[in-house]
Ligand binder design. Structure first.
Ligand SMILES: [Zn+2]
Length: 448
């Protein structure tokens, strides 16, 4: 038995973590739908479950953790985006998958053990659907296959929803012919010019939830240890995954522990394209080292919302600058009374608070604290470049606050027709690696 505690969304309490098979810890995390550049909201589960992966490797052994994260490469959003951009679906999904991998690397994430793609597992999805029909949990109607929610008595347990409320609140498309509005689609028909695969129910494609059940079973088995994802996936996605897997395989549960990370807001507002505060991971690459994003996101408890703002990024940048004084390429085992915070349901804020203490001791010459700090950074996925590379990087960077202040001052100088001062400021920024661009009434900037 380990002394790792994790909060289980399904029991709504912290539970001691015991792997079903002591030789392999098995974890599944829902990955991206590859139709557009990933945004900072997508960065959060990547970072959080990467830290959990590293912690599990630390506790159970590097080769004893199997971490599966899928790629959703067939979905209505993908079909729409390909149409809009006038490219083929495979061109779009290949390109976005490459962007996504580049983002993962930038954020310092380890590769998962297996990264299956939905379109490579259509056979498994069809076979799972056939088992559900055979077990009487699914029915065929108008070339659709639906899961009959009323047949599964534990439906709604994860999301704490009651079937009666779901039926009342469900929106039913006119084209659908379900027995109940709460039933969800396992397979749907594709028109001749739409992407589709041959199936016992005609040419069609899977409903979104099906792929995770099929791929989790193939790579992790019918029951496994941890299933993770963002809070927004609890309903309907994870609820439906449980229904499909448990009813097809006649098991008690799908995963022992369900973990969900909180939302990301931007300056306390919901991130959305219409509010113009939509930040892609890609656009951060010219402004920050990925480690800054990582540390900032880990400063909040993973279950709580994380607010994205300039201050938290500037603070993280300054902290990393300090901590890099104690960078070491060697790693030492971490002290138990320090590691215990991560083992307490990934309490990264408390773990980071302890790292500040280590830094204070290290600054006073305590070599043991210095090596503990460096190793703690690595466990969080920080220090993924050496101190030389970090320092090269550092020289050209003013922080956000300083840049904004200088741009304001320059705009004021221009208003006052003090062009000497405005040119001076442009030079200061340029020498620090910042390029500015004046557009109408706005000045934007980026790192060279
Ligand atoms: Zn999923």
């Amino acid at each position: 038995m380990s002394d790792l505690y994790l909060y289980n969304s399904i029991s709504r309490k912290k539970e001691i973590f015991t792997p079903l098979d002591k030789n392999t810890v098995r974890m599944y995390v829902c990955g991206p739908t590859v139709y557009d550049y990933p945004h900072v909201g997508n960065a959060r589960p990547l970072i959080i479950f990467d830290v959990l992966f590293r912690l599990l490797q630390n506790l159970f052994g590097e080769n004893k953790v199997s971490y599966v994260r899928n790629i959703t490469d067939v979905d209505d959003k993908i079909i729409d985006a390909a149409k809009k951009n006038n490219i083929s679906i495979s061109e779009l999904t290949k390109k976005v998958t490459l962007d996504f991998h580049d983002d993962c690397k930038y954020l310092g994430c380890l590769d998962p053990t297996i990264e299956p793609k939905a379109t490579d597992h259509i056979y498994e999805m069809i076979s799972l659907t056939e088992r559900l029909i055979k077990n009487n949990f699914a029915y065929v109607k108008n070339k659709h296959v639906y899961f009959e929610v009323a047949k599964f008595s534990n439906y709604g347990k994860l999301s704490n929803k009651k079937l009666i409320d779901l039926i009342a609140g469900a929106r039913v498309e006119i084209s659908e012919s379900k027995k109940s509005p709460a039933d969800f689609v396992l397979w749907k028909p594709s028109s001749p010019n739409e992407i589709g695969w041959e199936s016992p129910w005609g040419k069609g494609r899977p409903g979104w939830h099906l792929e995770c059940s099929a791929m989790a079973e193939k790579y992790l088995g019918k029951e496994f240890d941890i299933h993770g994802g963002g809070l927004d996936l609890i309903f309907p996605h994870h609820e439906n995954e449980i229904a499909q897997s448990v009813c097809a395989n006649q098991t008690k549960v799908l995963a022992s522990i369900w973990m969900h990370n909180g939302y990301v807001t931007v300056n306390k507002e919901k991130m959305s394209k219409s509010l113009n505060n939509f930040i892609t991971i890609n656009e951060l690459k010219s402004k920050f080292d990925g480690q800054v994003i990582r540390l900032a996101m880990l400063s909040a408890n993973y279950k709580q919302p994380f607010d994205w703002n300039d201050k938290i990024l500037d603070d993280s940048y300054k902290v990393l600058n300090k901590w890099y004084d104690f960078y070491s390429s060697d790693s030492v085992p971490l002290n138990e009374n320090f590691l215990k915070y991560l083992k307490d349901d990934l309490n990264t804020p408390q773990f980071i608070a302890e790292m500040h203490q280590l830094y204070d001791h290290a600054s006073k010459g305590d070599k043991n604290c210095a090596s503990q700090l460096s190793s703690a950074c690595k466990l969080l996925g920080l220090f993924n470049k050496n101190d030389n590379d970090w320092n090269k990087n550092k020289k050209i960077k003013l922080n956000n606050e300083e840049i904004t202040k200088l741009i304001k001052e320059r705009n004021f100088a221009r208003e006052m027709k003090d062009f000497k001062r405005s040119d001076e400021i442009r030079k200061i920024l340029n020498d620090s690696g910042v390029i500015i661009e004046d557009k109408e009434n706005d000045t934007t900037w980026k790192y060279k």
